[in-house]
Design a protein around this ligand. Structure first.
Ligand SMILES: [Zn+2]
Length: 68
């Protein structure tokens, strides 16, 4: 699963495309004017939960626990 942020070069429409895999040329179509002149801004496919190195240590497992 990946979410691609796209922008239409013709009308300036910003939209997202939700695809399972890589973005194909067929996915690059403006929902407003059906233009194929669409530029890809970025994708946030694997960005979720990968901020372990940020300050705060949100990814660190809970210490001091114990089962039993
Ligand atoms: Zn457009």
């Amino acid at each position: 699963m990946a979410i691609y942020d796209l922008k239409c070069d013709d009308c300036g429409k910003l939209f997202e495309k939700f695809v399972t895999g890589f973005l194909s040329e067929e996915d690059k179509e403006c929902p407003r004017c059906s233009s194929r002149r669409v530029s890809q801004k970025y994708n946030s496919s694997f960005g979720i939960g990968s901020s372990c190195s940020s300050k705060g240590g949100g990814c660190a497992p809970p210490s001091g626990g114990g089962f039993g």
